[in-house]
Design a protein around this ligand. Structure first.
Ligand code: DON
Length: 318
């Protein structure tokens, strides 16, 4: 019911230590000026590089938000774990892993990644694996598949998400490498739809607009075992939430995943729109937004904020 998915008010930060810590996190992040706004999707190059926001959502539904937490940007690769969760929930782990693996690739997000014997992309967090995941979503064409993805991601966020048509068209126009990845998977027999259907649905999925608060809610839904903390809707099963968090832990930050696990120690996923989600199981989700990216496609200030938060609050899982 879309009416239920209306925006929720942002609660003020009541806790003084949290407010003080977050102010210092934002101030420190503002001093980080490395990195470049993504430009291989031309429309993304138009983003304001200075934007900076962060939001925290507890599994009980409390939200704290700072900076440009309402500024919208495209979800990009952060859609991948959530679409993976939807595919797992619909088909089960065994069926999904016939098409896509669960192993870190140690390679960039756009790598040509297909296991030699099985023809499966290494994992669902890199583009090749994400396109295969989207092909597994129910629907006879890209419009039907995308409708399922959009409803599912909206349920994770607790509000209706819309597509940024300009970013979609820009990616459709320049996404030959993704098309090639889809055709390779199709040739290997691991794609569950035609390559064109899968890539068009995937491009739309990546072009969904979110803000830092949406990301925090989406992550909190996974952290809470698949139940959205505000709408109380069960979006995916507890097992699916756990499997998804596991894959974020091993593969979410691409070829920086090992380094991230040592330094931050939270399951996370980044996107070239400048967002990052991170979460602590049973506790909370975080969403950060800042468009300048490092060489691996992870937001420089987002990484900086999550590193500092993890240190300050002892959030490392180990
Ligand atoms: O397919 C692409 O290249 C983009 N739609 C998404 C890539 C992405 O976000 C990688 N993340 N850091």
């Amino acid at each position: 019911d879309p009416a239920r998915l209306s925006p929720q008010p942002v609660s003020p930060a009541h806790s003084q230590p949290l407010r003080t810590a977050l102010t210092s996190v934002l101030t420190h992040a503002r001093s980080l000026t490395d990195g470049e706004v993504a430009s291989y999707i031309p429309e993304l190059a138009r983003q304001d590089p200075e934007q900076l926001g962060i939001a925290l959502a507890s599994v009980r539904g409390t939200i704290h938000a700072w900076g440009d937490s309402e500024a919208e940007f495209t979800i990009q690769s952060i859609s991948k774990p959530f679409t993976f969760a939807l595919a797992l929930d619909a088909l089960g782990l065994a069926a999904v892993t016939e098409h896509v693996g669960l192993e870190p690739s140690g390679e960039p997000f756009n790598a040509i990644s297909l296991e030699e014997t099985s023809g499966r992309p290494l994992n669902p967090m890199i583009n090749a694996g994400a396109i295969v995941t989207t092909s597994l979503i129910a629907g006879d064409d890209d419009a039907e598949k995308f409708a399922v993805v959009r409803d599912g991601l909206s349920a994770f966020a607790g509000r209706r998400l819309d597509v940024d048509e300009d970013v979609y068209l820009s990616e459709l126009d320049t996404g030959d490498r993704n098309r090639a990845l889809a055709y390779l998977a199709q040739a290997a027999g691991t794609l569950a739809s035609s390559a064109e259907v899968a890539t068009r649905a995937y491009f739309r999925q990546c072009s969904l607009r979110v803000n830092a608060r949406d990301l925090a809610m989406m992550a909190a839904t996974l952290a809470g075992g698949g139940i959205n903390p505000l709408t109380r809707e069960r979006v995916v099963s507890e097992d699916v939430a756990r499997w998804t968090i596991a894959v974020m832990t091993s593969c979410g930050m691409y070829d920086a995943s090992g380094d991230w696990l040592v330094r931050v120690g939270l399951p996370a996923k980044s996107g070239v729109g400048g967002g990052i989600v991170a979460l602590q199981p049973d506790q909370f989700g975080v969403g950060t937004f800042s468009p300048r990216l490092d060489a691996r496609g992870n937001s420089v200030r987002g990484v900086g904020m999550l590193e500092q938060l993890s240190k300050e609050f002892g959030l490392h899982m180990l």
